[in-house]
Design a protein around this ligand. Structure first.
Ligand code: FAD
Length: 503
């Protein structure tokens, strides 16, 4: 077979496909993105991302572009019962969090999608074909044949790629081609999503809280989010007996918004649509040369604002691995670790969202009253996003920090860690390391590991190391901890182990 036309075909130009195209573009891969739709999807779904995701945008060289369209917030998420009592709070944080950026950001999705697409256009090696859909996939062993169809003309074509990544959302063609099954974590519930634009002169609209509120009212559970600027989001649970055709109409929506003190003089309804929230994880995420990332691989109810975030983490995990495999510096089995590492991680978020769903979606008055009494007795519960460790994969099981995401402190020279480490593995060491150690990673199938050695990394990293009685830490290109070492021999051993794992 002649050289495939593309290293990677990405199916779907939603946020996950667009971000993956940026990351693969930076690695110099020949990428084709296929997207069925003509333009950016006008109906936003996601409104929130977290500090780790901002860090991935930074890795894609897009931190500035994303900062222009997203609003950082130090406020958390409040769970309030029908009587207005606070049951729980997902904590907010002031200033930069552990990832070197605010922990929480809100945005209008078409603006974020546009920033990611403009980012992908920076790369001559990334081609985007809008209004082209993937129709058929055939893994021929040494390449994939991708049958495509132009939505505009109906014309069909076939092209070849080394790998295909399905970022094609919940109804994924690539997932069908991978085969397998979906693990169902139990929550499936339709909700009405209403976006409104506030009138700048409306006093009631100005009084809408700046933080997210989960109204755990058994008569009608709702979520209220200040998105950005004048834009607010109301997510409203459908109740038994609701007519899905009727409930999206303004005359049905206004009485529900009146509960928040606003009406037609205060806000304009931008859109309303019904979504069914799901809690699913696909298995497997890879078969041969076909891979999954984003909603094609998992779906979560949005109570934590983490569905897209999980997909962005998938892209970050996949990009460096795919780049090494395509470059021949790692064996193909590395691609299996995307699922082994990421599936348990995303599952921890989905399971928490499902548990929160049980609290928010309680519609039986007796169940809601028992819930309220329980929270009243122990006082408002504070919680944070989970910080799960990766599942088994490319990290050494020697210290509790391994497999966790490494923070992004400022280094001794004031720069952010990731700006210095770039797309490489980084060895941050409080010890000066000798040349033999610096050569120890020279494994990989062909050529050596791409390593950034950061000596004297500064007080924040040194404190981190001291707290773990360590002298050095090896961080992966996606900033998860590969290994922690107590001395120079430990660093050497870890680098040799890394080289052998990648072979
Ligand atoms: C109401 C709601 C609120 C949410 N809020 C948040 C939030 O605040 N934070 C958060 O992180 N997540 C949130 N989510 C989840 C988030 O929207 C999704 O997880 C995210 O959009 C998934 O991105 P994706 O790129 O994987 O898939 P999608 O955004 O679904 O994109 C898939 C793309 O693939 C294209 N496509 C599909 N099939 C083909 C084909 N055969 N050929 C070519 N193109 C194809 C589609 O046209 C589409 O553009 C929310 C979801 C909902 C429903």
């Amino acid at each position: 077979m002649a050289e495939p036309e593309f290293d990677v075909v990405v199916v779907g130009f939603g946020p996950v496909g667009a971000l993956l195209a940026n990351l693969l573009g930076r690695h110099g891969l020949r990428v084709l993105v296929l997207e069925r739709d003509a333009g950016i999807h006008p109906l936003p779904r996601a409104v929130h991302f977290d500090g780790e995701v901002m860090r991935v945008f930074q890795a894609a060289g897009l931190a500035g572009a994303v900062e222009d369209v997203a609003r950082p917030t130090s406020r958390g998420m409040h769970f309030v019962n029908a009587a207005g009592e606070t049951l729980m709070v997902r904590r907010g944080t002031d200033g930069p969090g552990p990832h070197g950026w605010a922990n929480n950001w809100y945005f209008h999705q078409p603006e974020l999608d546009a920033a990611l697409r403009t980012g992908a256009a920076r790369f001559a090696n990334v081609e985007v074909r809008l209004r082209h859909e993937a129709r058929a996939l055939r893994d021929a062993g040494d390449h994939v044949s991708v049958g495509i169809r132009s939505v505009a003309t109906g014309a069909s074509d076939e092209l070849t790629a080394r790998y295909v990544v399905g970022c094609d959302g919940a109804r994924s063609l690539v997932r069908d081609a991978v085969g397998g099954s979906m693990l169902d974590l139990g929550l499936h519930q339709p909700w009405l999503v209403v976006d409104v634009l506030a009138s700048p002169r409306s006093e009631p609209a100005r009084r809408l809280p700046d933080y997210t509120v989960q109204h755990c009212d058994p008569r009608r559970p709702m979520t209220r989010v200040h998105v950005k600027g004048l834009r607010h989001r109301f997510e409203i649970m459908l109740m038994p007996g609701d007519d899905e055709e009727e409930i999206v109409r303004p005359d049905r929506i206004w009485p529900m918004l009146a509960l928040h003190g606003i009406g037609p003089d205060d806000v304009r309804i931008e859109r309303s649509a019904i979504y069914t929230f799901h809690s699913l994880v696909a298995a497997p995420w890879r078969r041969g040369r076909l891979l999954l990332a984003g909603d094609s691989a998992h779906q979560t109810p949005p109570f934590l604002g983490q569905g897209m975030c999980a997909g962005i983490r998938d892209a970050s995990n996949l990009a460096w691995k795919l780049s090494m495999v395509v470059a021949g510096t790692a064996g193909e089995s590395l691609l299996d670790t995307c699922e082994t590492e990421r599936a348990p991680h995303v599952r921890a978020f989905i399971e928490l969202a499902v548990r929160l769903g049980a609290i928010i979606q309680a519609t039986d008055p007796a169940v809601a009253e028992a819930r309220d009494a329980e929270f009243r007795a122990r006082g408002p519960t504070m919680f944070d996003f989970p910080q799960p460790r990766l599942g088994p994969g490319i990290w050494m099981d020697g210290s509790p920090a391994c497999g966790d995401v490494f923070p992004q402190p400022r280094l001794a020279d004031g720069r952010r860690l990731d700006d210095v480490a770039g797309d490489r593995f980084a060895v941050l060491s409080a010890l000066p390391l000798d040349t033999r150690t610096r050569r120890a990673g020279g494994g990989g199938r062909r050529g050596g590991l791409d390593l950034a050695f950061i000596d004297a990394p500064g007080p924040a990293v040194e404190e981190w190391l001291a707290a773990r009685e360590a002298a050095a830490v090896i961080v992966r290109p996606d900033r998860y901890v590969f290994a922690v070492a107590g001395d120079e021999a430990g660093v050497r051993h870890a680098l040799e182990e890394l080289a052998s794992l990648l072979r």
